[in-house]
Write a protein that binds this ligand. Structure first.
Ligand code: DXP
Ligand SMILES: NCC(=O)COP(=O)(O)O
Length: 244
């Protein structure tokens, strides 16, 4: 599990003060057993600032060498250069426009695959794994792989935001069918994220037991306001079957 610390940066940025300290919180998250840290810097720096990236990268390299650093975002030239400078283990490319309030869809690989392929090649040449944000569509894994994907990250918002049992089952079935299509390709691995909570995570894990990674930010941060980050992290880890 990779914890997204965007919401912590959002709280910090309310004032011109350096707290909550992003690095102290990321350290507490990793000490509690999370497997990595995710950030999604947006062009207006409304939460993660570009200047946060070197310190996060250093924290992981120097204090948590087993942990993963994952940077998400739309691949403008500026974003690509930021990622190359900060050398995360994984980059997750997301088709968000600059003014979008949050991510709400995966790539249209048929339309964007040609544009994405050389970008993926540039990251891979630098030793950075490439994941693409993807909708639940069984046609997508093959197209993503042609566009250079090592992984896809399922956009789980449509699943997470349903409450009626039939609608939840329908969205899970779409994710499962897409995971089945990805598995048939062999090398492509599966991540998932967006609006995952301690309540909706278990059914997702049962539907796709071989998920390589989930990235969770908003709900885990909300839980941490009540519980503190270490206990919130451990709760999510336990749902994922880890001893925490
Ligand atoms: C790709 C994805 O689902 C997350 O990165 C999410 O978009 C976080 O971004 P915000 O924290 O800006 O909502
Ligand atoms: N990739 C998804 C992510 O990093 C966190 O999304 P959310 O839990 O903040 O919705």
């Amino acid at each position: 599990m990779s914890v997204n610390v965007n919401a912590v940066a959002y709280l910090r940025n309310r004032r011109e003060v350096p707290w909550p300290d992003l690095i102290d919180i990321a350290r507490a998250i990793l000490k509690a057993g999370a497997h990595g840290i995710t950030v999604h810097p947006r062009p207006d720096e409304r939460h993660i600032r570009f200047s946060d990236l070197p310190a996060l990268s250093r924290l992981i390299t120097e204090e948590f060498p087993q942990a993963e650093f994952n940077i998400e975002g739309y691949p403008t030239r500026h974003f690509i250069d930021l990622v190359l400078e900060n050398k995360p283990h994984q980059v997750t490319l997301v088709p968000d426009t600059p003014e979008q309030s949050t991510s709400d869809h995966g790539w249209d690989f048929a339309a964007d695959g040609e544009m994405l392929l050389p970008i993926a090649q540039e990251f891979k040449a630098a030793g950075i794994r490439v994941s693409y944000f993807a909708d639940a569509d069984p046609a997508d894994p093959a197209l993503a792989q042609q566009a250079g994907a090592d992984r896809i990250e399922f956009y789980t918002g449509p699943y997470a935001n349903e409450t009626a049992p039939e609608a939840v089952s329908r969205e899970l079935a779409k994710l499962k069918a897409t995971a089945d299509a990805a598995r048939r390709l062999g090398a492509l691995r599966l991540n998932a994220g967006h609006d995952l909570t301690v309540d909706n995570l278990a059914a997702l894990r049962r539907a796709i037991p071989d998920l390589a990674e989930v990235s969770i930010g908003h709900a885990l941060t909300a839980d941490a306001l009540m519980l503190g980050f270490p206990e919130a992290v451990r709760r999510y880890l336990r749902v994922l079957g880890h001893n925490a």
